[in-house]
Design a protein around this ligand. Structure first.
Ligand code: GLY
Length: 520
């Protein structure tokens, strides 16, 4: 399946006088993919909540009003900054593989990948981390109760919200899969067809599950009735979840990746997301190159070559560091980047098969969601949340309203086999019980010359390159309007081609890049 390149980069900026240290923002700002989710955040702030309570409210609201992107059945990463003590931390609510998962679970008898199994239906679903993440954020960092912060989401689920064109478009991409389960189709479709624009999506079962979470915290989802319903549905659908998969789920806190680029400080996602490492490694390579001194064709060529090398390292080395050794320090080392930069020629593209460990090809699309919040003290949250493909696995666990994710597809099912986004990898990201699948989600803070950016985006494998292009634009002093408008292009090592958004490259750039040896 191919999804359009279009994605929304959600971001915020705070300006102060150039050269000064970062000043306090004058007002609170929230940016999310849906106005009702943004409103939920403001509602909680007005009730006396802090940015972390607002993050709970926005995350839960997105789970209701943007079910294509994220949900209680999914997971994500919340990057937090607390101004009072300078704390930077990443809350890891990533899904994990079920206990009965094994490396070959998506292969047939002859070792061929059955990719539909890791994309559609119950076997594709990892153990959700989103509900535990909300509980953790609220308990450890919030001021209000979890029940208060979940109120707007519960209201949206009970009273319904109006379906917009974007929701319809994403539904259309997954209509066939959603129609495979009658109860799921009954929630999202109208007699198997797309619901009309402006019609109300009411999610009564989901409201019930949110109320269980509000009343009982983590136990309200991972134990008791909801857990029983989830496991029963998954097993009936051919999946392998057990009750102990849910009861043993734990949120983890990770030290974010940090780096620098020409005087800019970067704070970004740590493993099990590849986002921060690939972003900082690419910037380290580009720091050795004078991008300002070259024409636009050479600039795009050089950025693509840096992406190629960093995504190559992603494929070779990155996976859940609780299970495999990852050479993080080396990948973030500036001398290592210098070595990689020295292999880049300005006059010629390096074919990806000249890099070691070449692997197979496939390409595809995206989903996921991102939101950013900053308050007047400078406390901030950048959160990227996901059920993976639009509407995840396309299956709702009966009675819960919870749409299952298909995040298991972010693992490597077989060496040399690309996943739904065409991303390749090796043993480091092989499936193992309780392992977290490698992500590309890149919630990020940037600081330079008294300015702060809080940013991230949906976009599957292209998340990292979109954040990179926005980061370069921020580093050049441009305002947020400009970062959002930057025409996106992307190289992920395999497939060996530059992907670009519609009208993203001029005719001269296309032929110039082709003459340097790129395929586009
Ligand atoms: N499922 C998208 C990602 O985590 O990268």
């Amino acid at each position: 399946m191919k999804f359009p390149y279009l994605s929304c980069l959600v971001l915020l900026i705070v300006l102060s006088a150039p050269g000064c240290s970062v000043k306090q923002p004058h007002q609170v700002a929230i940016a999310s993919a849906h106005p009702l989710a943004t409103q939920a955040g403001f509602e909680i702030l007005h009730k006396g909540g802090n940015v972390y309570d607002a993050a709970v409210a926005v995350s839960a609201a997105l789970a209701v009003v943007e079910p294509s992107g994220s949900g209680l059945g999914g997971g994500g990463f919340w990057l937090l900054h607390r101004e009072s003590d300078g704390l930077d931390i990443m809350v890891d609510g990533r899904e994990k593989a079920p206990l009965a998962a094994h490396q070959d679970m998506y292969l047939d008898a002859s070792g061929q990948v059955l990719s539909a199994l890791s994309l559609n239906g119950a076997l594709a679903a990892g153990i959700p981390g989103m509900p535990a993440g909300l509980v953790h954020l609220s308990k450890k960092y919030g001021k209000l109760s979890l029940a208060e912060s979940l109120q707007p989401a519960i209201r949206y689920a009970e009273q319904g919200f109006e379906i917009d064109v974007r929701h319809q478009k994403l539904l259309a991409l997954r209509k066939e899969v959603l129609n495979q389960d009658a109860a799921t189709a009954a929630i999202f479709l109208t007699q198997g067809q797309l619901p009309a624009k402006g019609s109300l999506l009411v999610q009564t079962d989901l409201a019930g599950t949110l109320k269980q979470l509000a009343a009982y915290g983590q136990a309200g989802f991972y134990r008791g009735t909801v857990a029983d319903q989830l496991v029963q549905s998954v097993q009936q659908g051919g999946g392998i979840w057990r009750l102990d998969d849910l009861s043993s789920y734990q949120v983890l806190e990770r030290q974010p990746v940090s780096g620098s680029y020409k005087g800019m400080h970067i704070t970004s996602a740590a493993l099990p997301s590849s986002g921060g490492i690939v972003l900082v490694e690419t910037l380290n390579i580009l720091e050795k190159i004078d991008l300002e001194a070259v024409d636009s064709i050479t600039r795009k060529h050089l950025i693509s070559e840096a992406m190629r090398r960093a995504y190559h390292d992603r494929a070779l080395y990155l996976g859940d560091a609780d299970f495999v050794d990852v050479p993080v320090a080396r990948l973030l080392n500036k001398q290592y980047a210098q070595g990689l930069a020295s292999t880049i020629r300005t006059d010629k593209a390096l074919p990806s098969d000249y890099l070691t460990g070449q692997m197979a090809v496939k390409q595809g699309g995206r989903n996921t969601t991102h939101f950013s919040i900053i308050d007047t003290e400078g406390n901030r949250v950048a959160a990227t949340l996901s059920v993976n493909y639009p509407f995840g696995a396309g299956l709702v666990a009966a009675g819960t309203g919870v749409l299952l994710n298909n995040e298991m597809d972010d693992f490597v099912s077989a060496e040399n086999a690309g996943n739904g986004y065409g991303l390749v990898g090796g043993a480091a990201n092989a499936i193992a019980p309780e392992k977290r699948m490698l992500s590309s989600m890149t919630p990020t803070f940037l600081e330079k010359d008294g300015r702060i950016a809080v940013l991230g985006t949906p976009g599957g494998s292209r998340i990292i390159s979109m954040v990179l292009l926005a980061t370069l634009d921020f580093a050049e002093g441009n305002p947020p309007k400009s970062w959002v408008k930057v025409k996106r292009f992307h190289h992920q090592y395999i497939p060996d081609q530059i992907l670009y958004e519609k009208n993203g490259l001029s005719a001269a750039e296309i032929s110039g890049l082709q003459s340097l040896g790129h395929s586009l």
